[in-house]
Ligand binder design. Structure first.
Ligand code: NAD
Length: 686
């Protein structure tokens, strides 16, 4: 006979002396208030029932407890709180077996750690991914996990946040037994009987000392770990707190370790980084919501892809589809260009194979999906064609005119243009409703952003299919309307412009780059310019520019004679006296007065407030659907540091009134949206 648990969130029954608590709170059994109440109810019943000798905790639906209920974060937790439930499970005198399927992550796995044994099906995954939200496992995870997997493994697991598949988890000690797929309940019952037969008192993870004791007082272990991961952790607070918490697991008695964990958790929870990362977590899941598309809009099947142009972008774009197992017809203008492009793709795959990321057979399988072609005629069967030829309107229009003549009716015709008007490209075809922009970021096989640009005439099915490509090729799609540069390029241009101006006023390229690096960018604008090549980004226009002056001296960047920096044979940068002179001369030509150095905080404001302002315009004009899409575009397209939440969330953290005042002091008129929100005391990113 099974009985309903509190709130109807599951059932309790006794099977041959084993109490089975089955929680069922769709969709993912998140540990919200009603789940906690049902758990408390179940464990109270099991404890009070003399017929029950051991307990199996199992979940209905598609997964074990997938984690805390993150919508409760930052709010007071309703009783029973998670800690109370965990104490109840762990302290019980009857052994509790966690029976895991799906994903036991975060609070879900922390709960499993308070059970006395853990059994999982092979397809299950366990882990503590809190770091990805700028947090640490705050319900004992940092104290219990090291006690079963050891300090060094725990450091890896909790700072990376990676989920671990059941077989590996068994090897590491994260679970104690594997069940047969599809037979979890029966196997868990059998395992419970086995545990009873062993006749031991319930084993509590908290009581184990063997794995942590040898590390007591060994500060060098943590220092070495931080040093080895300095690059990955740079700017992030959570990994540092995680390391401190794990150190506490070795250095302190369990209860004191828990207290330390709590303090370190609260510090993160109250900080701006976790707020930003939680915002980003939701922002990423929002981008595919397009309010003006009918809910039931059909997406078009994509079975065969064409890519026009096998240069820097075309090759990378093609790889995305090859990786997804789709055949790609790759069109170039000459055999030589075709061979070169395909050669680059092959070398990329072979490099991955060398690093053990794919097998030699997989390389060949992907290469075999490419059909090289020298004529657009080869694209007649493609469902989706992406053009990645030179960034010139006349060239693109010519390609689209010819493509229009050969593509099958209803095929999606896309351009990877960075700046050009999609409507003007669509306008040369007889089917502008099937044309859109699919804007990838370089390297196109790596960067996670895909800007989907809807033209005036693009039909809903084509927009929906463009947005759906994100899932197919593993990218985050952000929808944009047509404007110069769309979202990410348009707003980030303001940063380079500001840098070009500021460097004339006193701060050196290295001071400006250092300020942005310390803010969290991988590199500053001048390092970036030198890397890309001054001749490449400086092209176009007859006006005298700073970059043009450097190019005139044949200073092209890292590839030739240095650029804003000088480089040694190992490409190590040093400040360049030649560049300094070029900058001073150009400042004199422009009549800009040198006002001397600036503090880093002001450099950041000078470069990034204008970006924030442009972001506000992009939202105000309806180019982006919502502020969080703009933040996602900057984070995923330009590596804007995720722990700031992107430009708009960051502006909210700084305070909009301060941003507005800063812009005005620079002589820049604040966007209406920004000024309005600042005046009303509202947030841009809300
Ligand atoms: P690229 O010069 O490396 O490659 C362009 C390729 O197109 C060349 O191989 C060329 O032979 C080929 N091509 C030219 N005309 C053609 C035609 N009629 N038919 C077939 N092939 C033709 O340029 P890229 O950097 O790959 O840029 C391509 C497009 O992608 C441009 O619109 C650019 O703005 C855009 N884009 C570039 C980047 C970037 O970082 N490089 C990023 C995003 C978007």
């Amino acid at each position: 006979m099974s009985e309903q648990l509190a709130g109807g969130v599951g059932r309790f029954e006794v099977v041959d002396g084993i109490g089975v608590i089955e929680i069922d709170n769709p969709p993912v059994n998140a540990l919200g208030a009603n789940t906690r109440a049902a758990l408390a109810d179940g464990f109270t019943r099991a404890a009070g029932d003399a017929a029950v000798r051991a307990i199996v905790l199992i979940c209905g639906g598609r997964t074990f407890f997938a984690g805390a209920d993150i919508t409760e974060f930052g709010k007071p937790m309703q009783e029973p709180n998670l800690q109370q439930v965990l104490d109840m499970i762990e302290a019980g005198t009857k052994p509790v077996i966690a029976a895991i399927h799906g994903t036991a992550l975060g609070g879900g796995y922390e709960l499993a750690l308070t059970c006395h044994r853990r059994i999982a099906v092979p397809s299950a995954k366990v882990g503590l991914p809190e770091v990805k939200l700028g947090l640490l496992p705050g319900a004992g995870g940092t104290q219990r996990l090291p006690r079963i997997v050891g300090i060094e493994r725990a450091l890896e697991l909790i700072t990376s946040g990676k989920p671990v598949a059941a077989a590996k988890a068994l090897e590491a000690g994260m679970i104690d037994a594997l069940a047969t797929e599809g037979n979890l309940r029966a196997d868990a019952l059998a395992y419970a009987r086995q545990v009873l037969a062993e006749g031991k008192v319930p084993q509590r993870v908290r009581d184990r000392q063997d794995k942590v004791e040898p590390y007591r007082g060994k500060t060098e272990v943590y220092e070495a770990f931080l040093k080895a991961n300095a690059k990955a952790f740079r700017g992030f607070q959570a990994p540092l707190n995680i390391v401190k918490a794990i150190q506490a697991a070795a250095d302190l008695p369990f209860e004191e370790g828990l207290k330390r964990e709590r303090e370190l958790f609260m510090e993160l929870m109250m900080g701006s980084q976790s707020a930003a990362q939680r915002y980003v977590f939701f922002a990423e899941r929002q981008t595919t919501r397009v309010p003006d598309l009918p809910a039931d809009v059909a997406t078009l099947p994509i079975k065969a892809v064409g890519v026009i142009g096998a240069g820097t972008m075309g090759g990378g774009i093609a790889m995305n589809f090859l990786n997804a197992g789709l055949p790609v017809t790759l069109v170039e203008t000459s055999q030589e260009a075709l061979d070169r492009g395909i050669g680059v793709i092959r070398r990329n795959y072979e490099a991955s194979a060398k690093r053990g990321r794919m097998t030699a057979e997989a390389v060949e399988a992907r290469m075999a999906l490419i059909s090289p072609a020298l004529s657009l005629d080869a694209l007649g069967a493609a469902d989706l064609v992406i053009e990645a030829v030179f960034e010139e309107m006349a060239v693109k229009q010519d390609v689209f005119r010819r493509l229009d003549a050969v593509a099958r009716p209803g095929a999606i015709l896309a351009s990877n243009t960075s700046y050009l008007d999609i409507d003007a490209i669509a306008g040369v075809t007889s089917r502008p409703q099937d044309v859109l922009g699919l804007h990838f970021f370089s390297p196109a096989n790596v960067m996670p952003l895909l800007e989907v640009v809807r033209g005036k005439a693009t039909r809903p099915e084509v927009i929906a299919t463009g947005m759906g490509l994100g899932k197919l090729i593993g990218k985050v799609p952000v929808l944009s309307r047509v404007c110069h540069g769309f979202i990410a390029n348009r707003v980030m241009t303001l940063r380079s412009q500001a840098a070009q101006q500021l460097v004339l006023e006193g701060p050196s390229p290295q001071e400006i780059d250092a300020a942005l690096y310390d803010y969290g960018f991988a590199m500053g604008p001048f390092q970036m310019a030198d890397l890309v090549g001054l001749d490449v980004i400086g092209r176009g226009g007859n006006e005298r520019t700073l970059r043009g002056d450097l190019v005139a001296l044949d200073r092209l960047g890292q590839k030739k004679n240095g650029g804003f920096y000088d480089y040694d044979e190992n490409r190590r940068a040093t400040p360049s006296p030649v560049a300094a002179k070029v900058i001073a001369d150009f400042a004199a030509y422009k009549g800009v007065v040198n006002k001397g150095p600036l503090p880093a905080e002001e450099i950041v404001a000078r470069l990034l407030y204008p970006v924030v302002n442009e972001c506000a315009k992009v939202v105000e004009e309806g180019v982006a659907i919502r502020a969080s899409d703009v933040d996602m575009a900057c984070i995923l397209g330009y590596n804007w540091p995720v722990f700031t939440g992107g430009p708009m969330f960051w502006a909210d953290t700084v305070g909009l009134a301060k941003v507005v005042a800063g812009l005005e002091a620079m002589g820049i008129a604040p966007a209406k949206l920004l000024a309005d929100k600042a005046a009303k005391g509202e947030r841009l990113s809300a």
